[in-house]
Design a protein around this ligand. Structure first.
Ligand SMILES: NC(=O)c1ccc[n+]([C@@H]2O[C@H](COP(=O)([O-])OP(=O)(O)OC[C@H]3O[C@@H](n4cnc5c(N)ncnc54)[C@H](OP(=O)(O)O)[C@@H]3O)[C@@H](O)[C@H]2O)c1
Length: 325
């Protein structure tokens, strides 16, 4: 099979496509033929070595923390899925999603709901789970709450706006001018263009501020939170973790989210997608041979929605699934 590897930390050019044997699923694992693999900022942060202390690993490494595909075969003691099932998952490190086949722990997998393509499903896990676990577990989101999402046009932000909508919260999205219409279409009630206005000076009384792009710290956001309000950032910096430990001293809470791979949460997101409440916006699909371009793009920090890799040439039936919907 073909997969992407790198043998040292460095720029996108360290990524190379190689031919290897397919992995064998061990006990409790399932071998998945990858229809699509999601691309996330953490993939380049691991590749360039900036996370080497918290996510160490041996070389060669294969990037990719989320996949969607078809069950090819099951390992010993693995009974939950059968060959042919369409599944998606957030992988645990070491990752390995940028490959034609990947062996995945059965307990991480979830069936793809009907009507969702591999690309749409592969885009969901890391960004969607981060958004869900931030809003639901840290923010305790409820109907009628006021929620601000900074970075509403990115992977985490675009799912967060839709999840907050599904909870019937009132959502303010912050993005650049070119993405205002996109964030409105995601369902934000109010959109603030950060190139024109600073959301810190644009009203207050928020129950939740989710800084999906980690651009504004708790000290700046504190004044726009109402008493009992919650600030959540996707960057677990030492300063934020220290502030989080002091939450018991203040009614306004600060949290860093660290996303967990949970199949039951993925099933929840799958249900939202099935009901038409959660859509994946795929800015672009790349083949394995275009992986360097894909990493250059994700590293720009300007992706609208998500990027995905398709390890096999696209199948005609997938086109049928998409155009049937
Ligand atoms: N802690 C965790 O478990 C966890 C999990 C997932 C992700 N993350 C982290 O969360 C961050 C967000 O990830 P992502 O997948 O959403 O992708 P991303 O590549 O960080 O976000 C891209 C989006 O950010 C927007 N953006 C850039 N600068 C901005 C600014 N100053 N203000 C508001 N929006 C801005 C861009 O829109 P414009 O082009 O319009 O500016 C673009 O749409 C990353 O740092 C990622 O590593 C952490």
């Amino acid at each position: 099979m073909k997969k992407i590897i790198y043998t040292k930390y460095g720029p996108p050019e360290v990524l190379e496509k190689v031919e290897t044997d397919s992995p064998e699923p061990s006990a409790g694992q399932v071998l998945v033929r990858v229809g699509a693999a999601g691309i996330n900022p953490v993939d380049y942060k691991i590749r360039n070595g900036s996370l080497r202390l918290i996510m160490p690993g041996r070389f060669p490494r294969t990037p990719g923390g989320e996949i969607a595909g078809t069950v090819e075969k099951t390992g010993r003691g693995s009974f939950a899925f059968k060959p042919g099932n369409r599944v998606f998952a957030m992988l645990r490190t070491p990752q390995g999603g940028y490959a034609q086949y990947v062996a995945v722990q059965e307990k991480l997998l979830c069936l793809i709901p009907q009507g969702l393509s591999f690309e749409e499903a592969a885009a969901i896990p890391l960004a969607g789970l981060t958004a869900l676990q931030s809003l639901r577990d840290k923010g305790r989101i409820k109907k009628g709450m006021r929620v601000l999402v900074n970075g509403a046009s990115g992977g985490v932000g675009s799912y967060a706006v839709q999840i907050a909508n599904a909870y019937q919260a009132r959502v303010t999205g912050v993005c650049s001018g070119r993405n205002v219409r996109f964030v409105q279409e995601l369902g934000a009630d109010v959109v603030i263009d950060y190139e024109k206005k600073d959301f810190i000076n644009m009203g207050n009384g928020y129950d939740i501020v989710l800084d999906a792009v980690a651009k504004k710290n708790f000290t700046s956001c504190r004044k726009i939170l109402k008493p009992g309000g919650v600030y959540i950032s996707t960057l677990p910096s030492p300063g934020l973790l220290f502030r989080q430990a002091l939450n018991f001293l203040s009614s306004k809470k600060a949290y860093a989210i660290i996303c967990k791979s949970r199949a039951e949460d993925l099933a929840f997101l799958g249900r939202l997608a099935y009901e038409g409440k959660l859509k994946s916006h795929i800015e672009k699909q790349y083949s394995l041979g275009e992986v360097i371009l894909a990493h250059q793009r994700i590293e720009s920090g300007r992706v609208r929605g998500k990027l995905v890799l398709t390890p096999f040439p696209r199948q005609p039936e997938k086109v049928l699934i998409k155009s049937d919907r």
